[in-house]
Design a protein around this ligand. Structure first.
Ligand code: CDP
Ligand code: MG
Length: 758
């Protein structure tokens, strides 16, 4: 069979094909999650003794070119491809044939459901068609298009700006949280669904728009679901307004029913067959398995077909990218084509996003490492191979425990099939699933649960209340959330002081709705205004928004360069450079007293002192890009705080003398505690784990925290988020005093006294 030839003897049995019998029934593939040790970064070592034997296809060697010649050739090809592509790609897309019919349908029906395979041109073409057909009108009304993900909104907008031939931000623009690239000229506007929800507050009938396209509706993101209800109301008020709901091939009927039998426009797609391969045994470590599979494909497959790998998040993606690059350096003699590694995830800076769309020459192979963002929201051309970890990172909230946590969970079968489909867009493809067929059939849910059924609703409930929607139970939800989760959200908002006993917005609540942050962070800012420490708390909030990516440049590469010649280093101390870099800020921030929040503030203040210097970031092993983003977030938050008249002392923490410093530190920490009191946990008797005050659940300090293994451990902490890997870890922790809870959350903890004893 074909894949035997591909994989060679040594590797035979690693993958079966779709028809193989299940040999490992009942063996769970969650094992690797239990084994995960977040204390150590996973490190890939290419082991020569385990190298796979490959058969060759004969010697059709290409002529030898010098590296300069090769580079030149690629440059010319890429430029040719770029110039040629714009018009030709537009005309070659499946949606092009239906252009006139689509325009006619939008004219006729106020609400239209558009269904089509990913890559058929819905997102990039439909708004342009409508614009070309004059939907913008004399008044230059906007044609809007929402995306559940920020990366998709920005990437698509810059592509469409290219196609239209305008500068990004001119006729075509985007708006995502803390980043607005639109002007008065903008007529085609891409935005996140969350931003449109915010726009409803200032323009409840969307009068500046003539058309709104809700894209990726099948994803059923929380904000999209709320928007559907709001748009339905707008449509009833404004007969001229047009709504497009666009979706991949699932769920269309449901949308149609919801919108009173709105017609469904089907764009027939094109798809080449994709052969699916499963592992015969569960893989203990999908990162390792994925990396090895990339090299197996890269070394054995002729032709430049790209590889798309689905992982769960930024950390994994960056680790794997690093592993691929360093292994490539060591294997360079054996590779007949270059490997171009392109990461793509939600927080990737936009200047790096375009890389994944850039055409590659025939002497290289693109390896895209992506989260589920590449499932349907972004289409990458030239992919022939998909490697699927079978996992996805999901925010889950339990209304019964009130706990929210970010967990890696198996993706759905529908998602796995979407992922596989990415390999068959331009020709027949192959998909390698890093799990068994048994797991596919028995451990993966059929389709993903809509976010509204598993998310913490406090944020959207606050927004709905500020839009005047008070009867939440009777709001026209596509899938109504459970009454418990609505009640939980109201309770949380009440505890935060955003609502009064009657369920009306308070002064604090109104200020909170004007801040584009999670209600807990918004509350910290409002309290900071009352305590006069807004300047510093704004810095902390901005840094928290970026905290995942601030720690920089893994020292792994250096370790590999200096390391022994056995092909890499697995020395766990390789990342010690990072730890000591953070350590410096921690001691200055008196981390024992101020935890991760004040450490972040210390980093920010020194970044300011350095004059926002990239060199300073490099010297301290911090990511300039992340800090620079925090800077822009901070600037915008600061303006909002000024507008809301939230007060600041004249001097920030770093400008005060020692005595005043301590007092200021306490004020800052109180402000943080006033938002995060619900995330309080108390040191357990064993002295290493903590128990949450509200629900008595066992949680642990994350190894990346300043408070990790601190002696003596703080008696009580609050955390920013809970991350489930091998245990429930608290990330970004701050020690607090029990008195502050009495001060800022008297109702919250009093009402649960009886539960605490149990
Ligand atoms: O929305 P849908 O999945 O139907 O397709 P699309 O996102 O409009 O993409 C249509 C085509 O545009 C893709 O096949 C890509 O060739 C191209 N595209 C691109 O080159 N660069 C982007 N940033 C987005 C799309
Ligand atoms: Mg799309």
């Amino acid at each position: 069979r074909k894949h035997d030839v591909l994989w060679g003897k040594a590797n035979r049995g690693r993958y079966g094909d779709s028809n193989d019998d299940d040999k490992m029934k009942g063996v769970s593939r969650y094992t690797h999650l239990k084994e995960a040790k977040p204390e150590k970064k996973y490190e890939y070592v290419f082991d020569r003794s385990q190298e796979v034997e490959f058969t060759s296809d004969g010697d059709d060697d290409e002529p030898e070119l010098t590296s300069e010649q090769r580079e030149l050739e690629e440059k010319i090809k890429a430029e040719e491809a770029r110039v040629r592509s714009i018009e030709e790609t537009r005309k070659s897309l499946p949606v092009y044939k239906y252009r006139d019919e689509l325009i006619a349908a939008v004219k006729k029906y106020p609400i239209l459901i558009v269904v089509g395979e990913t890559g058929s041109g819905k997102t990039t073409q439909l708004p342009q068609y409508l614009y070309e057909a004059g939907f913008s009108g004399k008044q230059k009304l906007k044609i809007g298009c929402t995306q559940p993900r920020r990366v998709a909104a920005t990437a698509v907008a810059s592509r469409v700006a290219d196609e239209v031939g305008t500068r990004l931000g001119d006729r075509v623009g985007y708006s995502v949280r803390f980043d607005d690239k639109t002007t008065d000229n903008t007529v085609i506007k891409y935005m996140t669904d969350g931003m449109l929800l915010r726009e409803f507050m200032s323009d409840p009938e969307l009068l500046s728009y003539s058309v709104m396209m809700v894209d990726e509706a099948h994803e059923r993101s929380l904000h999209t679901d709320i928007l559907l209800g709001l748009l339905k109301e707008v449509s009833a008020e404004r007969p001229d307004f047009r709504i497009l709901i666009s979706s991949a091939t699932m769920n269309a009927e449901k949308f149609s029913t919801y919108f009173d039998e709105a017609p469904i426009f089907n764009i027939p797609g094109r798809r080449f067959p994709v052969t699916i391969h499963y592992t015969l045994q569960p893989e203990a470590n999908y990162l390792h398995a994925a990396t090895t599979t990339v090299f197996q494909i890269h070394l054995s497959q002729k032709g430049p077909g790209g590889i798309l790998v689905f992982l769960t998040g930024q950390d994994e993606i960056e680790t794997m990218a690093e592993n691929l690059r360093s292994t490539c350096e060591r294997l360079s003699g054996q590779m007949d084509r270059e490997m171009i590694v392109c990461p793509i995830y939600a927080n990737l800076p936009s200047e790096k996003q375009q890389l994944i769309f850039a055409p590659t020459g025939k002497n290289s192979r693109k390896v895209v490492l992506a989260t589920n963002i590449a499932e349907t929201s972004l289409t990458i051309d030239g992919i022939s191979f998909v490697i699927d970890s079978g996992f996805v990172k999901e925010d889950r909230f339990s209304p019964t425990t009130g706990m929210q946590s970010l967990s890696v969970v198996p993706c759905s079968r529908a998602a796995a099939d979407q992922r596989a489909g990415r390999a068959g867009r331009t020709g027949p493809g192959k998909c390698f699933r890093l799990y068994t067929k048994w797991a596919f059939l028995h451990e993966m849910p059929e389709s993903p649960a809509p976010e509204i059924l598993r998310a913490n609703l406090a944020g959207v409930v606050l927004q709905m209340l500020s839009l005047g929607i008070t009867d939440l139970i009777h709001f026209d939800f596509l899938d109504p959330p459970s009454p418990e989760s609505l009640i939980k959200a109201l309770e949380q908002l009440y505890a935060l002081g955003a609502l009064n006993e009657k369920g009306e917005l308070t002064r604090v609540g109104r200020k909170m709705t004007d801040l584009p942050c999670d209600p807990m962070l918004a509350k910290c800012l409002v309290t900071a205004g009352d305590l006069g420490c807004c300047r510093d708390v704004v810095s902390i909030v901005a840094m928290l928004e970026e905290s995942g990516s601030i720690e920089g440049g893994r020292s792994k590469k250096k370790a590999a360069d200096n390391g022994p010649s056995n092909g890499g280093s697995s020395d766990p101390s390789a990342s010690s450079g990072n730890i000591s870099a953070m350590e410096k800020f921690r001691s200055r921030a008196k981390a024992r007293l101020g935890g991760d929040h004040l450490t972040l503030l210390e980093i920010w203040n020194q970044f300011v002192d350095s004059g926002f210097s990239p060199q300073w970031c490099r010297d301290n092993n911090l990511q300039y890009r992340a800090l620079n983003r925090a800077r822009s977030v901070r600037n915008q938050l600061e303006k909002l705080c000024e507008r809301l008249a939230l007060e600041s002392e004249e001097k920030g923490l770093d400008e005060l003398d020692e005595d005043d410093k301590d007092r200021m530190r306490v004020r800052i920490m109180k402000a943080i505690a006033s938002g995060f009191f619900a995330n309080a946990a108390k040191l357990g008797r064993s002295g290493d784990s903590y128990r949450t005050l509200k629900k008595n659940q066992t949680v642990w300090i994350h190894p990346s925290s300043a408070l990790f293994k601190m002696k003596p451990p703080p008696k009580m902490v609050i955390y920013n988020e809970l991350v489930l890997t091998s245990k429930e870890f608290m990330r970004n922790c701050m020690p607090i005093s029990a008195k502050w809870l009495e001060e800022y959350a008297p109702h919250y903890y009093k009402s649960t006294e009886p539960e605490r004893g149990s």
